[in-house]
Design a protein around this ligand. Structure first.
Ligand SMILES: CC(C)(COP(=O)(O)OP(=O)(O)OC[C@H]1O[C@@H](n2cnc3c(N)ncnc32)[C@H](O)[C@@H]1OP(=O)(O)O)[C@@H](O)C(=O)NCCC(=O)NCCS
Length: 204
């Protein structure tokens, strides 16, 4: 998948994909090759469009990870479905030579209601270091500057206080509670918090 308008590098790179084991250590055995076409450069992270070969191992890592699984779910097939759904534009979040998570966006096509929506997951060993906000700012800049959006939305579970805090640091503001918005991994409906960010509100 190619990210239109993104910086083109077209290089092949090998890197180690982070996987969370029971001990929370990364598994250096998972080596992948990716095409960096359409890479977006942040201050501390690089976002590269997810390569087909990355989808299965990343979905598995997200489903097994203690930080991401409560929100993305522990079913790798479902995670894979979200990463590969037709509207999704998924990027791997890369810090140094390690993939630390995933960030994806979708777009509303109707020009009178134009907006982009973002979802993100940073794996446990890399959470709490500011990498998520850097990835969000990087993708937001791309959506505002290259894809002509004026508004971006994100919709964490209402009880996901860490995510809400991370999004506020980027400039997202709460719009309101969406009651029984999504079905959680436990099968129960849970409330979501709609947050949005306008182009002139991005906090660098
Ligand atoms: C949400 C997420 C993307 C944030 O990325 P990150 O790189 O960990 O973000 P940060 O490094 O800014 O750390 C999170 C912030 O929340 C704070 N935080 C952590 N736990 C918290 C809690 N229970 N309540 C309130 N704030 C909390 C941290 O202190 C930090 O804020 P600070 O810099 O002001 O101290 C990442 O944690 C993640 O992927 N979580 C699991 C999946 C998920 O929730 N995805 C979002 C679905 S919408």
């Amino acid at each position: 998948m190619e990210a239109d308008g993104a910086k083109q590098t077209g290089t092949q790179e090998a890197y180690t994909m982070a996987r969370t084991s029971a001990s929370g250590m990364e598994d250096p055995m998972v080596k992948l090759h990716v095409d960096n076409t359409g890479t977006l450069q942040g201050k501390r992270v690089t976002l590269h469009p997810l390569a087909p070969s990355e989808i299965d191992p990343l979905a598995q890592a997200i489903a097994e990870d203690e930080t991401t699984s409560p929100w993305w779910g522990d079913d790798a097939e479902k995670v894979k479905k979200w990463l590969t759904e037709e509207r999704a534009h998924p990027f791997a979040i890369q810090a140094g030579d390690t993939v630390v998570g995933v960030i994806t966006f979708y777009e509303e096509a109707d020009p009178d209601y134009k907006f982009a929506g973002i979802d993100i997951g940073v794996l446990a060993p890399y959470s709490g270091r500011g990498l998520g906000p850097d990835a969000l700012r990087t993708l937001a800049r791309y959506l505002f500057n290259e894809r002509g959006h004026h508004r971006i939305v994100i919709d964490p579970t209402a009880k996901n206080h860490r995510a809400i805090r991370a999004y506020e640091k980027v400039g997202f503001r709460p719009v309101g509670i969406m009651r029984r918005y999504e079905r959680g991994p436990d099968g129960e409906w849970r409330d979501g918090l709609l947050m949005d960010l306008l182009a002139d509100e991005l906090m660098e």
